[in-house]
Ligand binder design. Structure first.
Ligand SMILES: Cc1cc2nc3c(=O)[nH]c(=O)nc-3n(C[C@H](O)[C@H](O)[C@H](O)COP(=O)(O)OP(=O)(O)OC[C@H]3O[C@@H](n4cnc5c(N)ncnc54)[C@H](O)[C@@H]3O)c2cc1C
Length: 337
């Protein structure tokens, strides 16, 4: 029996802690219950929103539709080869639980993505990434239910069109698929990625170089750097790091000699969005009930009673000042609803 809840509060289901309601809400733990929910939405003429852990969404108003929260569980080994395994993981599995599971088994591939909030089903959507590793490096297949055809579909890694914080699920297939399972290839002979940030330094305080110490190092660094949504509402990085032409970057360097950048191609570089925001004087600034985090300019925080519109308004002000000062457009990473 599927329990469709009416007038349901999503306050505990979004990491900004925004007090908003949805007309209808359903937890779907099987393919059948997802199909049923889709039929219910068609029959009742309701728009659909898929919500995982709610750690990458900004609600600006109550939702007049059906929120489907996939809770499909399970981590199943489907292939066991000499050097690697393939695991099929339910969309409702907590992301960090999967990372912990893989590290406990000594398997490599996910350890740098430790402590990212949210569920497995959302991991391919923006191709989550941290500390030099992205979900695309291990995803071999994404399975889901097509919303228009209600048929099961599967996409291999290249069909997912993964890119920096992007994939086909944010473009062509946006709102057209409910991801039910993600398949990952994990290595029995891990190659550790430790060149990024101060991971190497942190590991040296923890002991041997293993997937376990990489995970611990990442967790220590993240806990020091990022606000915990349970204490201060936020959705992690609010903006993507912009990719600009070398010419634009050279112009910026004329005024800001020490401007940081990372090469992307022969003609483009990536500039840390947090640096641009900080140069515009936003770091630590409080505007009404929200503001820019004091230690991490890329993170917008809710001091308790902010509304989604207030947060969106602040984000737009930040975009405008960065555009005015640097002629660089900041794209939001967070999904605005
Ligand atoms: C403190 C903090 C730190 C963070 N650090 C990082 C980081 O280091 N790297 C990084 O990449 N991200 C980071 N994030 C962002 C966020 O954790 C990820 O984007 C995560 O994958 C979102 O998962 P979720 O389950 O919460 O998705 P949600 O926020 O619920 O949804 C995100 C989007 O995916 C869609 N969606 C969710 N599940 C499904 C599904 N099963 N099928 C189809 N569509 C679906 C939703 O409709 C929405 O558009 C951080 C967030 C916070 C709060």
């Amino acid at each position: 029996m599927i329990d469709i809840k009416k007038g349901y509060s999503l306050k505990s289901k979004n990491s900004f802690g925004l007090d908003i309601n949805t007309q209808c809400f359903v937890e779907a733990s099987t393919l059948d219950s997802i199909s049923f929910s889709l039929n219910y939405a068609s029959y009742s003429n309701l728009p659909i929103l898929i919500l995982g852990g709610g750690s990458n969404v900004l609600f600006t108003k109550d939702y007049n539709g059906l929120v489907i929260h996939p809770t499909i569980k399970g981590i199943e080994v489907t292939e066991d080869a000499t050097d690697s395994i393939i695991v099929k993981v339910g969309a409702g599995v907590n992301w960090d639980h999967l990372v912990e599971w893989s590290v406990l088994k000594g398997l490599g591939g996910l350890e740098n993505l430790s402590l990212i909030p949210g569920n497995v089903g959302a991991s391919p959507i923006q191709n989550i990434g941290a500390y030099g590793v992205e979900a695309k490096d291990t995803i071999v297949k994404v399975e889901g239910l097509s919303i228009p055809s209600k048929k099961i579909i599967a996409l291999n890694n290249s069909e997912c069109q993964f890119d920096y914080r992007n994939s086909i699920f944010k473009t062509e297939l946006k709102n057209k698929i409910i991801i039910t399972h993600v398949n990952f290839k994990l290595s029995k002979k891990p190659t550790l990625v430790t060149h990024y940030g101060n991971i190497e330094e942190e590991i040296s305080t923890l002991g041997e170089r293993t997937v376990d110490t990489v995970r611990k190092a990442v967790i220590n660094i993240r806990k020091r750097k990022l606000p915990d949504p349970a204490e201060l509402g936020n959705a992690g990085s609010f903006f993507k790091n912009p990719v600009v032409s070398i010419e634009t970057f050279e112009k910026i360097k004329r005024s800001f000699e020490k401007a940081p950048s990372y090469p992307v191609s022969d003609s483009t570089v990536k500039i840390p969005a947090g640096w641009l925001i900080e140069q515009c004087g936003w770091k630590g600034k409080k505007v009404g009930n929200c503001g820019v985090h004091k230690d991490q300019a890329l993170v917008i925080v809710n001091y308790g009673n902010a509304t989604g519109s207030e947060i969106l308004n602040l984000a737009e002000q930040i975009q405008k000042t960065v555009l005015d000062q640097f002629s660089v457009e900041l794209e939001m990473e967070v999904n605005v609803v």
